[in-house]
Design a protein around this ligand. Structure first.
Ligand code: IMP
Ligand code: MG
Length: 176
């Protein structure tokens, strides 16, 4: 089986939508600082584009998590592979995710980070697949709701490939 990638969201469309969401965030956090948390690696591209368009002061930190369980099904138990560098006490924290799928990873992450005394804790995602939700999570900012398809690009990978595509594409598997 070989995979083919069909364009689903063009770069221009994505960036235009990110600009809208960044504007909303800038309004919601007026007179405050927003502490962005990038969940590596998928959220890197999105977080950079988002951060550049936010007009209130921004600080950033990065964490990496891996979920226990099979490759295709996350168990909901998340192992912190790389923790944040800075404490969250008193900060207005915004978790930046590439995609919310079952919601398991994020509900666990929100739980862990919520215990570190942030002043507020919100969630922003580039993509959301609401049909796939198993654990409910409150997503405060969503750029795009998408159907239940496997997507790559703009940071998202299939077997670590395609993260650098400037668009979001749907992976199609074709016979040799
Ligand atoms: P969940 O919400 O706990 O099921 O896991 C979300 C994680 O699964 C995301 O952060 C991605 O790493 C990965 N994921 C889910 N759907 C896709 C997809 O369509 N393409 C690439 N990665 C995905
Ligand atoms: Mg992710």
């Amino acid at each position: 089986m070989r995979e083919k990638v069909r364009i689903f969201l063009q770069e221009q469309e994505i960036n235009a939508r990110i600009a809208q969401v960044a504007k909303q965030i800038s309004e919601d956090y007026a007179d405050r600082e927003v502490h962005l948390i990038c969940v590596l690696k998928g959220s890197v591209f999105f977080m950079c584009e988002l951060a550049k368009r936010i007009t209130v002061p921004v600080t950033m930190d990065f964490m990496s998590v891996s979920s226990y369980g099979s490759d295709t099904k996350s168990s909901g138990v998340v192992k912190i592979v790389k923790d944040l560098d800075e404490p969250l006490d008193g900060k207005d924290v915004l978790i930046v995710e590439d995609i919310v799928d079952s919601g398991r990873t994020l509900s666990y992450l929100i739980d862990i980070l919520g215990k570190r005394n942030p002043r507020s804790l919100k969630l922003c995602t580039l993509l959301d697949k609401p049909d796939r939700r198993v654990t409910s999570v409150q997503v405060d900012y969503t750029c795009f709701d998408i159907p239940d398809e496997f997507v790559v690009g703009y940071g998202l990978d299939y077997a670590q490939k395609y993260r650098n595509l400037p668009f979001v594409g749907i992976v199609e598997f074709v016979g040799e």
